[in-house]
Each structure stands twice: as structure tokens, then as C-alpha cells.
Design a protein around this ligand. Structure first.
Ligand code: FES
Length: 317
């Protein structure tokens, strides 16, 4: 069982139309475990859902974990629960910070590109890069000022001179992505987080301009789980139990029906919690967590969302 911390909502502020910024602290106000820029925590919500949120505060501030959570009309319950239930004084359990989106501090220059609520990990990165004296710029793209958060914080930050705001309803602020990405492709690193289409736009432009794939760092916070496909058999090697995964069902759900519980969190192929080793068969990877190389290796699978290209998949569980 992963270690959990009990924290209290110290402060909660609605910013813009639909983003709530929440400061979590230990009840005794002691220091929290340190975190690196790009890290996230699992929040065990009062509704019993577990959701991942990036830490968006200054990593040098040991007393607070800050989250920014968008009220998402497409929410499967997570963001609604945060907005409705995480009031000041409420206690919640959280995981220790984990980082799947670390900074590469060897880069000569870093370009942070956040779309909408995808700005959250970029904030922690900006604090860390500023503290290390590294060259960077931050681009925050949002629909409008009223649907943005953190604007005052960015304005009064030490790095305000490298922050560029781009609003869809202010055409003069439109981002010229090709110009932003041009120059120094060999030594610059790009970090992007936001809606899938936004990230694909940033990533495809960077690849077109000659950025090595390894210099393009990405964090997806939302993924559509597609369970379409034909049925296939999954074998749990340690017990020898076999299960048929039907169309519309996930491997995780099918395994649960025969009493095999796999730890699960985001249920969207984003967090990596449900990663299992593959002993035989060819996975049909549908997650956004594994890299292209890891997917090509075909020796691991995320069972909350991925399926099988082969009629049989043997897992080391
Ligand atoms: S539970 Fe998050 S990737 Fe499967």
C-alpha cells in the first residue's frame, strides 16, 4: 500500500470563472515532503474517487501543496467533487508526490507551453527554473482572461518578464508558435500540458521544426478511454486464472470479476498506477502514459484502458 498523508484544505480561492486554487497543508503546519517541479499527487476525494493533480506552487515552499482544478463539465466526478466538497478545513488523504514530468535542467533553454488548466505544472517549473537561474519562457494559452487563473501570481512573480499570455478572444495576443519554437532546436527543451488537441499542435510543430522527440516533454491530464474492439483472453500467470475481456470492458474490470484486484487510480491511462508486465501477447496500447519506445517494447501494459492485438495476453500478475 502506498503511503498516504493526511492534509487539510488551508485555503481555497476561486480564480477566473471556473478554476479553484487549493492550498493543502499538514494539520500541524509542519513541512510536507519536498517535491520536484512537474510532480503530481493523488487526492483521495470525499466522494471516494482518486484523482491526480499537478502541484503548481513553488517547490521551495515546504509548507504548502497548491493545486489548481478546473470545473470540467465533462468531469466523471473528480473535478465536481473538488469544487463541491474541498472547502477550507476539510481533511483529505493524498499520496506522496510523484513526478512523471520532470525538468531536464541540463537544457540551455526551456520553453513552457501550457493550455488552459495545463498551466499548473508549468508554474512549479517556472519557480524551479527561476531559482536555478536557468533561461526559460512561459506561454499560457487560454480562452479568455476571465477563464484563466494565476494571472496575478504570474504578474507579481520574479519571472513575469518571461511570461507570455495568449487569449483566444484577444487576437493581438495570438501565439506565433513557429516563431516561439524557432532557434536553438538542438539545445532547447519544450514542456507542454493541456487539452490533447492543443498538445498535438505544439508537439507536431516542434517535431516539424527539428526538435528531437526526447526534447519534447508532455503531460496529458485528460484522455478518452476507448474500450471498443473484439474480445480477447487474459491469463494471470501467477494464479493461472483466465478471463475473457469483452468489447466495452476493460482488462481491469474483467480481472476484478474473477477476484484479481489491480490497484487503479485515474482510469484514463494517464497516471501509470495500473502498469502490469506482459509475458506473452501483443498489447494494443491506448494510454498516454507510456512513451512511444516503451509501447514498442510491448512488455508492459496499462490495464485500465489498453487492450490486446493478439487473441491472448499473459500478464505477470
Ligand atoms: S489507473 Fe492510471 S494509468 Fe491506469
Amino acid at each position: 500500500m502506498n503511503e498516504l498523508l493526511n492534509v487539510v484544505v488551508l485555503k481555497r480561492v476561486l480564480q477566473g470563472d471556473d478554476v479553484v486554487v487549493i492550498d493543502l497543508a499538514r494539520a500541524d503546519r509542519g513541512n510536507l515532503p519536498t517535491f520536484e517541479a512537474g510532480a503530481h499527487i493523488d487526492v483521495h476525494l470525499p466522494s471516494s474517487l482518486i484523482r491526480q493533480y499537478s502541484l503548481c506552487g513553488d517547490p521551495a515552499d515546504a509548507g504548502i501543496y497548491r493545486l489548481g482544478v478546473l470545473k470540467d463539465p465533462q468531469s466523471r466526478g473528480g473535478s465536481a467533487s473538488v469544487h463541491q466538497e474541498l472547502h477550507e478545513g476539510v481533511q483529505v488523504n493524498i499520496s506522496l508526490p510523484r513526478n512523471h514530468f520532470p525538468l531536464d535542467l541540463s537544457a540551455e533553454r526551456s520553453i513552457l507551453i501550457g493550455g488552459g488548466i495545463g498551466i499548473t505544472p508549468m508554474l512549479a517549473m517556472a519557480y524551479a527554473l527561476e531559482a536555478k537561474g536557468k533561461a526559460f519562457e512561459m506561454h499560457y494559452c487560454a480562452r479568455s482572461r476571465s477563464r484563466s487563473a494565476f494571472l496575478e501570481e504570474l504578474e507579481r512573480s520574479k519571472f513575469s518578464h518571461v511570461v507570455h499570455l495568449h487569449f483566444d478572444d484577444e487576437p493581438e495576443s495570438k501565439m506565433d508558435l513557429k516563431r516561439v519554437l524557432s532557434g536553438g532546436q538542438e539545445t532547447a527543451h519544450i514542456y507542454t500540458c493541456g487539452p490533447k488537441g492543443f498538445m498535438e499542435w505544439a508537439i507536431s510543430n516542434a517535431l516539424e521544426l527539428g526538435y528531437p522527440d526526447a526534447h519534447i516533454h508532455r503531460e496529458y491530464f485528460q484522455a478518452d478511454v476507448d474500450t471498443d474492439g473484439v474480445s480477447f483472453e487474459v491469463v494471470a500467470a501467477r494464479s493461472g486464472k483466465k478471463v475473457t475481456v469483452t468489447a466495452g470492458q476493460t482488462i481491469h474490470q474483467a480481472l476484478a470479476e474473477v477476484g484479481i484486484a489491480i490497484e487503479i487510480s485515474c482510469e484514463q491511462g494517464v497516471c501509470g498506477t495500473c502498469l502490469c508486465d506482459v509475458l506473452e501477447g501483443e498489447p494494443d496500447h491506448r494510454d498516454v502514459y507510456l512513451t512511444a519506445d516503451e509501447k514498442a517494447d510491448n512488455d508492459t501494459i496499462l490495464v485500465c484502458c489498453s487492450r490486446s492485438k493478439s487473441s491472448r495476453l499473459v500478464l505477470d500478475i
